[in-house]
Design a protein around this ligand. Structure first.
Ligand code: ADP
Length: 472
């Protein structure tokens, strides 16, 4: 059963129940009001009759001899009230004219436990009519001498209640039909946006077009939130799909260049270069270089894949000052013949919890980049400082700098600012790996750069125990 049908059935059912309870309440309250009103009128009439009897010269005799007079307003033939005076022994002493000799019932309880001024009521069936009867004891002096019964037809009340019943029934049925139809339409309107979401999602699944988005409604209701969530999910899917596609394209591209070089050199060797020692050595060197480059690339990719899979580093105490000295020395080797001077700036002593090999790889990569992108005559400076619970290692160069529009992207995989300028050797993975290493140490890698002035990469590593000290 659809949500729409279920919703409609539910609130129609609830409305039916509400209407039923309300109907019963209204019906009984109206019935009660009508009866109480009738009883008040009957009692008033009975009191009139008693007053007339009490005014007689000899009220006792009147009661016995059946000569009691009734108030003319009641005794009229067309009066709607029927009156009967009953003696204590149950005998009828007087009847109003409109009874035409018929008698009102006198049940035995009517004459028991009489108390002046206290009326009793009953509804009786007399022939084919229903009567409501009020009976009042007749006191003479301080003695009750009989009972006056005043009755009226129930037909008026029954008719009025029948009208109320019909009105309630008709109104309820109308309300239920209205609620069922209106509810069904409303439910459809309310569920339509969900249907739209489902249809668009199905369409996207069908066409595999992840660039599609579900149109957002004007209001931010539950459906709006669902739409936003699904759109957000689509966005992520699209990004990860694009990234994956780009990764495959980039990897193929990066592998094709060395493969082409290797293939070319092999052809050269085959066509006779192997016989010329100089040419042979050059070709073999080129093949060796390209193979090394491919191995680096594959290793980098493997490391990133492991990082994505949640590779945990083995962290051990590392003397950073010693490590930096090491990197500094290697930097000097790399910078030979480039005209770039590698220097050591401030160097505090610091021990961090880390993976020494990965940290060395990270810093060497930064130094290598700095040398690569700094023209002859420039400087590359390594510093190590401790600051507010952090150990800061920075690699600053006086090189070409990174344009502002490239800065947010340089940590992305395969991203290389200004490809024409980027020299061979790197595939644009170095900084992605460096950033991952920094983060895997609970640290951060940040960059500041100005075109033409130079670039500073700063690695932040948490100082062990700094948190405890702060908390203490
Ligand atoms: P690559 O293998 O190209 O060096 P990286 O991930 O190490 O890849 O660096 C990404 C890009 O960031 C580089 O292509 C370069 O454009 C830019 N870059 C990195 N370091 C520097 C630097 N010190 N000075 C200027 N540009 C840099």
């Amino acid at each position: 059963m659809s949500i729409r049908t279920r919703l409609t059935l539910w609130y129609t059912g609830l409305l039916a129940l509400t209407l039923l309870l309300l109907g019963i309440l209204i019906y009984s309250v109206v019935g009660r009001i009508l009866i109480v009103n009738l009883q008040e009128r009957l009692v008033a009439q009975a009191e009139d009759v008693i007053a007339v009897i009490q005014q007689e010269n000899d009220p006792m005799a009147v009661m016995l001899s059946a000569r009691a007079k009734l108030p003319t307003s009641i005794d009229a033939f067309g009066s709607q009230y029927f009156v009967q005076i009953v003696q204590l022994n149950g005998r009828v002493a007087q009847l109003s004219e409109n009874l035409r000799g018929q008698r009102l019932p006198v049940p035995s309880v009517l004459l028991q436990n009489l108390e002046a001024g206290r009326p009793r009521y009953m509804t009786v069936q007399a022939g084919d009519v229903r009567l409501h009867v009020a009976s009042m004891p007749i006191p003479i002096g301080n003695q009750v001498v009989g009972v006056v019964e005043v009755a009226a037809l129930m037909a008026n009340i029954d008719d009025a209640l029948a009208v109320v019943r019909r009105a309630l029934l008709f109104g309820s049925v109308l309300a239920l039909i209205f609620a069922a139809v209106g509810g069904s339409i409303l439910a459809r309107a309310a569920l339509q946006p969900i249907k739209n979401v489902t249809e668009t999602a199905q369409q996207i699944t069908g066409t595999s077009d992840l660039s599609q988005r579900i149109p957002m409604g004007a209001v931010n209701d539950e459906v709006g939130q669902l739409t936003a969530t699904v759109n957000d999910m689509l966005g992520r899917l699209e990004t990860s799909f694009d990234t994956q596609q780009r990764l495959v394209a980039d990897v193929s591209h990066e592998l094709r260049t060395p493969l082409t070089t290797i293939q070319g050199n092999l052809d050269l060797l085959r066509r006779g270069a192997a016989d010329d020692p100089t040419m042979r050595n050059e070709s073999l060197a080129a093949i060796g270089n390209e193979t090394a480059r491919m191995r680096r690339l594959v290793n980098d990719l493997l490391l990133l894949a492991q990082a994505d899979a949640g590779l945990q580093l083995q962290l051990q105490p590392v003397e950073l000052d010693t490590l930096i000295l090491d990197v500094y020395r290697q930097g000097q080797v790399i910078s030979q013949n480039t005209g770039v001077r590698v220097r050591l700036g401030t160097e505090d002593q610091a021990v961090v919890l880390g993976d020494a090999d990965r940290l060395r790889q990270l810093l060497l990569n930064l130094v290598d980049n700095a040398i690569k992108y700094t023209p002859s005559g420039g400087d590359v400076t390594l510093t190590l400082k401790r600051e507010a619970g952090w150990v800061l290692v920075s690699v600053a160069d006086t090189g070409c700098g990174i344009p502002e529009e490239d800065l947010p992207h340089i940590f992305e995989r395969f991203y290389r600012a200004d490809r024409s300028r980027a020299r061979p050797g790197g595939a644009g993975l170095g900084l992605s790996i460096a950033k991952w290493v920094a983060e895997a140490h609970g640290g951060e890698l940040e960059v500041e750069s100005e075109v033409g002035q130079g670039t500073v990469f700063t690695l932040y590593l948490p100082e062990p125990g700094a948190d405890d000290e702060e908390e203490a």
